[in-house]
Design a protein around this ligand. Structure first.
Ligand code: ATP
Ligand code: MG
Length: 427
């Protein structure tokens, strides 16, 4: 029969790389906990309307990337392409947002029907963080500082920060008209997609990837010339906070989000080590979204990191995290000793909580069992053979310290002996 394969762009994460994921997730959890963030878990499927209303009809995601289907009731549902919409929906639904301060994070798979390539998949994973109830710019700076700390924790050096402001919606109104007028003058050089967005979403054209359109964009009027006093103050204070923290950034006036509910701060962390898909983290303030989704006006800022891209950076490092071998591998010297070995292993696990002990199962020669212990990277082999069983001992054989002697250890002393030996070999 023909074997069934996974869907294009959707990947298994295999045991050989899972430790890098777990390392990354562990660091993230610790970091977020340290900044007072709480985890929230949302469903991966939502009403399609939620994404249309939040991400917007005239966006790549909603126009062509969503996995949308009718369920058996005829309702239009979509696999989530990102987490902010669901997080805001959950916050409104459960009354978490009004007159409250929330620092929330989530981790999970997102789904977008894009052209799969290195760093771009159809199922990928994000860690997202959202803060509600704080107008910034103090918390904007804190969020950026937290990400800078993450790169340090992970040992990633080649990641740079780009920063921009989108100002208030009011300060964008006049700019929008000017932008449309400018692009109208250069219609002939715009690509089809830009033309389609010209009137609905002109700011989105500013981050077009189309070469001819980019040339037009290069001379487009700048939002910086249209900022009102409030927008300027927010941006200037954020920059001052970052300067005081010693966090370097580049002001990139072309960094945009196309939708009206975005306000003030936008930022991206970019690396050159991943080729074209270099953005590892993107964030910004969205003071208008909660209201747009039916809640009461609530200031908010958030960001999302693409975990596949961070894993790729970690795996490329010389000191990439290695999977730890078990502390001990229990070698069973014959079928009649399977019962006593099971008992011994369970007793040891009770005596040494946290012990990473693999018992050999499935029989086989002493030699093949020792080989397996070695292949797994075990620190010690514990041998329970006929002689040991008769004498009430276990032979402890160091596998990772050349020259160290094996020793016959009485069973009642095994836990203590092992604990000390593990301690010594870790030092
Ligand atoms: P791009 O312009 O590269 O398509 P985006 O604006 O769609 O990015 P966001 O929606 O801001 O990206 O998502 C935040 C982060 O999630 C990105 O910076 C990236 O690290 C990651 N990401 C987005 N789409 C994908 C994908 N298809 N595969 C893997 N990671 C992704
Ligand atoms: Mg995209």
């Amino acid at each position: 029969m023909k074997a069934i394969k996974s869907i294009r762009g959707m990947h298994d994460i295999l045991p050989e790389s899972i430790h890098v994921w777990q390392h990354l997730e562990g660091r993230l959890r610790g970091l977020l906990d340290g900044y007072g963030y709480q985890e929230i878990r949302m469903p991966v499927v939502e009403a399609t309307e939620l994404f249309k209303r939040s991400i917007g009809d005239v966006t790549d995601i909603v126009e062509k990337e969503m996995y949308t289907f009718e369920d058996r009731n005829g309702d239009s549902l979509s696999l989530r392409p990102e987490g902010t919409a669901s997080c805001v929906r959950a916050g409104i639904q459960h009354g978490l947002l009004h007159n409250q301060i929330q620092r929330l994070w989530y981790l999970g798979p997102m789904f977008r029907h894009e052209r799969p390539q290195k760093g771009r998949y159809r199922q990928f994973h994000q860690v997202g963080v959202e803060v509600f109830g704080l107008p910034g710019p103090d918390v904007d700076a804190e969020m950026i500082a937290m990400t800078a700390r993450l790169w340090k924790l992970l040992g990633l050096e080649n990641v740079r920060l780009e920063l921009n402001t989108l100002g208030t919606p009011a300060s964008r109104v006049r700019y929008r008209d000017q932008l449309i007028a400018y692009f109208e003058q250069h219609r002939d050089s715009l690509d089809e997609e830009a033309l389609r967005r010209l009137h609905d979403n002109p700011m989105r054209i500013l981050d077009s990837k189309h070469p001819e359109t980019r040339a037009v964009v290069a001379n487009a009027p700048s939002l910086m010339d249209h900022l009102d006093a409030e927008s300027r103050t927010h941006f200037d204070s954020l920059r001052a906070h970052l300067d005081a923290l010693g966090i370097a950034y580049v002001h990139n006036p072309r960094l945009v989000r196309g939708l009206d509910y975005y306000t003030h701060t936008v930022f991206e962390w970019i690396t050159d080590d991943l080729g074209a898909q270099g953005t590892v983290c993107a964030g910004g303030r969205y003071d208008g979204l909660v209201e747009q989704l039916g809640g009461r006006g609530t200031p908010a800022i958030g960001m999302a990191m693409g975990l596949e891209r961070l894993v790729a950076l970690l795996e490329a490092r010389e000191d990439a995290p290695q999977p730890p071998g078990p502390d001990a591998y229990l070698v069973v010297g014959g079928d009649e000793l399977v019962g006593p070995a099971l008992e011994l292993a369970e007793r040891l696990r009770s005596e040494l909580p946290g012990l990473r002990l693999v018992q050999h199962c499935g029989g086989g020669s002493f030699k093949s069992q020792m080989k397996r212990a070695d292949r797994l990277g075990a620190h010690f082999a514990l041998v329970l053979g006929t002689d040991e069983h008769a004498a009430g001992t276990v032979t402890v054989k160091p596998l990772r310290s050349p020259g160290a002697e094996q020793s016959a250890v009485p069973r009642e002393e095994l836990a203590r002996h092992l604990e000390q030996a593990l301690h010594a070999s870790a030092a």
